[in-house]
Design a protein around this ligand. Structure first.
Ligand code: AMP
Ligand code: MG
Length: 390
């Protein structure tokens, strides 16, 4: 058995960074930016008013000063002339500052009678002008790699970048194995249950940038497994669920061996999730996850997400653990690294009592996996504990 860290390192060696493709800006959110993109213009492209008011010469601004209105500047419609001594231009937010003006008196500080205005209240010192290029200049870049967020999409739009270079989504083929499994919505026989991990993992992987193909459930025969593996062709990563232990009906190891998999490892020193196997199957990486629903999801977080991050060209594929204050006492941990379902609220972590690896209800209530290293000594209320956010 190898450690979690060693297993993760071996898994990362099984995958490479995927190619670059271009997508329309409107589809760029949640993708990973693959190369730097640069602004194709200054923003704003001209000095612009940040308020509704009157554009005048700053040197003439004082309370009770009077000006003659000579025109209007609105967003999208600038004023063509020049503001001279004693003159003002009615201006609105986003409009270019007219030539000759270098101050906007806000309309609340002005009395207007026809085309004469008087500064009625103290106008202050703020000129209410956004200088050209104050947001960004032509050539300013957004650096890759970067998970593109809604905020980045807005910035790229403003930079006039209509197409965005992103990493191709890794294709993951997901194979559930087991005679007992039926799909959600089907009517299970008396000895059957619903395939759940498949859908949890699909959601998890897609949320983390993968394109997931759910293959038909493989039955517990070598022939059925072989047929299903055949359908996985073209995937970057083949993930099986279940059938990975050493029971009479656990045939994933035997089948992959017959299909010529170069096995990288089998079994990891962790709870939950000991029976984990991985290797290269032709062009694809293959990972066999344990079948117990919580084990499968935990292994998805701990092992598959780092692989996806590497394929997507992200900087640090391995998880960064967070720290919270323990809300209860914990006995010493055993010889395997333990991922415990927990809730973190306001910096305090509470571990659920029942950690049986079949309990999806407990996983669903959790927002964290507390991480306890092998042989971690007993812990007390108030200790710092590492966790992986869910
Ligand atoms: P196995 O590793 O195949 O022995 O499966 C361990 C346990 O996980 C058994 O109770 C299986 O019924 C269950 N299991 C395996 N695959 C799934 C799945 N896709 N969804 C829900 N439960 C599963
Ligand atoms: Mg099984």
């Amino acid at each position: 058995m190898i450690t979690v860290d060693d297993a993760r390192a071996l898994l990362l060696d099984l995958v490479q960074v995927s190619d670059i493709e271009e997508v329309p800006l409107a589809q760029a959110a949640t993708r990973v930016l693959a190369s730097d993109v640069a602004a194709t213009r200054d923003q704003p492209p001209f000095a612009a008013s940040s308020m509704d008011g009157y554009a005048v010469k700053a040197a003439e601004v004082e309370q009770h000063a009077m000006f003659k209105l000579i025109g209007e500047a609105a967003a999208g419609h600038g004023f063509d002339g020049t503001v001279g001594a004693g003159q003002a231009v009615r201006i609105f937010t986003g409009a270019p500052i007219p030539q000759g003006a270098d101050f906007v008196v806000i309309q609340e500080n002005v009395d207007r009678k026809g085309d004469l205005i008087t500064i009625s209240d103290n106008p202050g010192y703020k000129d209410n002008i956004r200088p050209a290029g104050v947001d960004f200049r032509i050539g300013d870049t957004i650096a890759a790699p970067r998970l593109i967020r809604a905020e980045d999409v807005a910035l790229m739009a403003s930079m006039n970048i209509p197409r965005v270079p992103v990493r191709r989504k890794p294709v993951v083929a997901l194979i559930s194995t087991g005679d007992e499994l039926v799909m959600p919505g089907e009517v299970p026989g008396p000895d059957q249950i619903i395939a759940s991990n498949t859908f949890g993992l699909k959601a998890l992987f897609e949320r983390n940038g993968a394109c997931v193909r759910v293959l038909p459930i493989a039955r517990d025969t070598v022939a059925s497994l072989e047929t299903t593996f055949d359908l996985a062709q073209g995937a970057d990563l083949v993930v099986t669920i279940g059938g990975a232990s050493v029971g009479d009906h656990d045939l994933v190891e035997q089948t992959t061996r017959q299909l010529g998999m170069e096995q990288s490892f089998y079994k990891v020193k962790m709870r939950p999730g000991k029976p984990l196997m991985a290797g290269r199957l032709g062009e694809a990486a293959m990972v066999g996850l344990p079948g117990n629903p919580v084990s499968a999801m935990v292994c998805g977080y701990v092992f598959i997400l780092p692989m996806l991050r590497k394929m997507l060209g992200q900087d640090n594929p391995t998880d960064t653990l967070m720290t919270a204050t323990l809300g209860q006492n914990l006995a010493q941990n055993g010889p395997r690294q333990h991922y415990m379902r927990a809730r973190v609220e306001n910096g305090k972590i509470t571990i659920f009592d029942n950690q049986d690896s079949s309990l999806l209800s407990v996983l669903s209530q959790s927002n964290a996996l507390a991480v306890r290293p092998a042989e971690d000594p007993a812990r007390s209320v108030g200790d710092d504990l590492h966790y992986l956010p869910l």
